[in-house]
Design a protein around this ligand. Structure first.
Ligand code: M6R
Length: 606
């Protein structure tokens, strides 16, 4: 997490750095800071809180300098206050850092013994002092090289030097970092998003590399300090998509945009002429794959879990699902005939990236399902399936979740067909159903008013539960995650059939419980579980789909009815009211919906 920006220009940079930091706030927003170099001095201004506060600081408004670095922080070491905010500077060097230095305690001890004085509680400050120490005896390339070699952990760095008016150093290991090229100026950014408003010409640093950003050119080095050449990529410019239009929050827009984003995904993947799915460039022989492992974090993990049900239903593949932070440290049995699928909106999640890296190093088949196609995960995977849902700004993932589910569902159908597990006529029928999905999501969005009213009850509750079986179980988990993430209300997602094995003890008079019971194979069983919680005092919000027979059950507090479609696709529709419920609960509590406390959009630390 954390966002980095650096600009080396022939005009004043502070205002542009501040604007870029605003774009980077999705990576962290507990504190922010900027440092520029002017008249041979490093000027540094930092604040706790948001970039807005930094911008209003009179020191920033009058800040001079044609070269500078900026940072938004998501705290790892030390409280989110102005002292711990980045940049961290000595008299000679100023550093912004994204990542974690795991051996900072040891390094700090060594530096303190050498007489260095520390101001903050951060791990980052050791980098400042290490470079300062090495610069006493060595040139810049060697000082950087030596410093980087002594750091354990992950980092993306931007470094400014008092005696170098035309130099920003960037360095990367484990955390993403990009260089951008402009007219008479060059940039450093923790991702291309921050740089897009200034340039569409980008180079990504790879692990172990560092670079020298001068006003008129950029030099790249490998970890031994040897100069290397790197490719310049051209990004498509899609600035307009970042606008939230008439909406109060990006999240509200992103929920309502889902019919369009699904349509985009469908357009990319459904081959109407041949009644097929447009995954013709699958790089492996179908008979070389007998099992599949789906890996992700948070909401992306939930889409993996959802996909397990589809893959098991539509193919004869063995399917396993893993949380990336667990997978990467377990003693895995790697199998050549297994396909490893990595799911990530940002494509930068540190744990998911590390899991992918592990699989690649073990020679496994790797495929990623990502939203950001220039991301580290996409670039590292052998095969990429983009979800085409456009930039997602709200920290709570919504349209990307539906996008991930769509692609995973499509992949399960395609593999089912290729493996001859699925009959062509069933396959064709399912493609037809997919085409109707955006329209059904549109109609399901009309549950909005009802959900708004219902959300008041959740706000007053100490806690809540989300229950589902089968296809609805991963959606229950996702509904609970959304509610806790946005409204800070304790929420548990559970398989409805598991309640009596412990969690039923949590149910007390008036506790709101969401029961997902679409008219699928599990319907009757879920309704029985629902009655068990009602009997213990729960206020049940039943979410089901349209059907000819009314719900035959008693004492339900509220019912929300979504559209009907084939059983496989109901999870898409059930998700909509849960996203809205979380949104309205947070709205009524007055919380910061697009930037919930303690979180960040892109989790680039483990
Ligand atoms: O970018 P990713 O999809 O890899 O992110 C994974 C999770 O951090 C993310 O889904 C997180 O759980 C969301 N904030 C949930 O809304």
């Amino acid at each position: 997490m954390c966002g980095i920006i650096g600009i080396n220009s022939n005009k004043s940079v502070s205002a542009t750095i501040i604007n870029s930091l605003k774009k980077l706030e999705y990576r962290g927003y507990d504190s922010a800071g900027i440092a520029t170099l002017s008249e041979g001095l490093i000027n540094e201004v930092k604040t706790e809180g948001r970039v807005d506060k930094l911008e209003k600081n009179s020191l920033v408004q009058n800040m001079e300098g044609k070269i500078g670095i900026g940072h938004v922080r998501w705290a790892t070491h030390g409280l989110p206050n102005s002292i711990n905010a980045h940049p961290h500077s000595s008299q000679n060097v100023s550093v912004v850092h994204n990542g974690i230095i795991e051996n900072s305690t040891l390094l700090k001890k060594f530096l303190v013994e050498k007489g260095h004085k520390f101001k903050s509680q951060t791990d980052t400050e050791v980098i400042v002092h290490l470079i300062t120490e090495h610069l006493r005896t060595q040139n810049i390339v060697n000082s950087i090289k030596k410093t980087l070699k002594s750091l354990h952990g992950s980092f993306a760095l931007g470094i400014l030097f008092k005696d170098q008016p035309d130099l920003i150093v960037g360095a990367r290991r484990g955390s993403p970092l990009a260089v951008g090229y402009g007219p008479n100026e060059n940039y450093l950014g923790s991702d291309s998003y921050a740089l897009k408003s200034m340039t569409n010409k980008i180079t990504y640093l790879d692990d172990g590399e560092f670079c020298f950003i001068k006003k008129d050119h950029v030099e790249f080095f490998d970890e031994e300090g040897t100069k290397i050449n790197k490719k310049v990529l051209e990004l498509s410019s899609d600035e307009k998509k970042y606008d939230k239009g008439d909406y109060k929050h990006f999240m509200a827009k992103e929920i309502d945009d889902q019919p369009i984003t699904l349509k985009n995904g469908i357009k990319e993947y459904l081959d109407n002429t041949n009644n097929d799915i447009n995954i013709y460039n699958f790089p492996w022989k179908i008979n070389d794959i007998s099992s599949i492992t789906l890996i992700g974090c948070g909401t992306a993990y939930h889409s993996c879990l959802m996909a397990k049900y589809w893959f098991e239903e539509l193919t004869s593949l063995d399917v396993s699902v893993d949380i990336a932070s667990e997978f990467r440290y377990r003693k895995n049995r790697f199998k050549k005939e297994n396909l490893y699928v990595f799911v990530s909106q940002s494509g930068e999640t540190a744990d998911t990236y590390a899991a992918l890296d592990l699989c690649k190093n073990n020679g496994m088949k790797t495929c990623s399902v990502v939203n950001v196609i220039e991301s580290s995960i996409a670039r590292k995977s052998e095969f990429v399936l983009p979800i085409h849902c456009g930039t997602e700004i709200g920290v709570a993932s919504t349209k990307a979740f539906l996008g991930q589910m769509l692609i995973l569902y499509i992949l399960s159908l395609k593999l089912g067909l290729l493996r001859k597990d699925l009959k062509k006529e069933i396959f064709i029928q399912k493609l037809k159903d997919i085409k109707d999905l955006p329209n059904l999501v549109e109609k399901t969005l009309l549950t909005d008013n009802k959900i708004q009213t219902i959300s008041s009850t959740f706000n007053k509750a100490k806690g809540s539960m989300f229950l589902g079986r089968g296809f609805s179980y991963p959606i229950a988990l996702e509904g609970a995650l959304k509610l806790k993430e946005l409204s800070y209300i304790h929420a548990e997602g559970y398989p409805a059939g598991e309640m009596k094995h412990g969690p039923l003890a949590l149910i007390e008079e008036g506790m709101p419980v969401v029961v997902l019971a679409p008219r699928d194979n599990y319907y009757k069983k879920t309704i029985s579980n629902m009655q068990e919680v009602i009997a213990r005092g729960a206020k049940v919000l039943l979410i089901t789909n349209k059907s000819n027979d009314n719900v035959i059950s008693e004492n339900i507090w509220e019912t929300v009815v979504v559209e009907s479609t084939n059983e496989d696709l109901l999870p898409f529709l059930l998700t909509i009211p849960l996203q809205k419920l979380a949104y309205y609960s947070a709205l009524k509590k007055g919380f910061d919906i697009d930037k919930p406390r303690n979180l960040a959009k892109s989790v680039t630390v483990e």
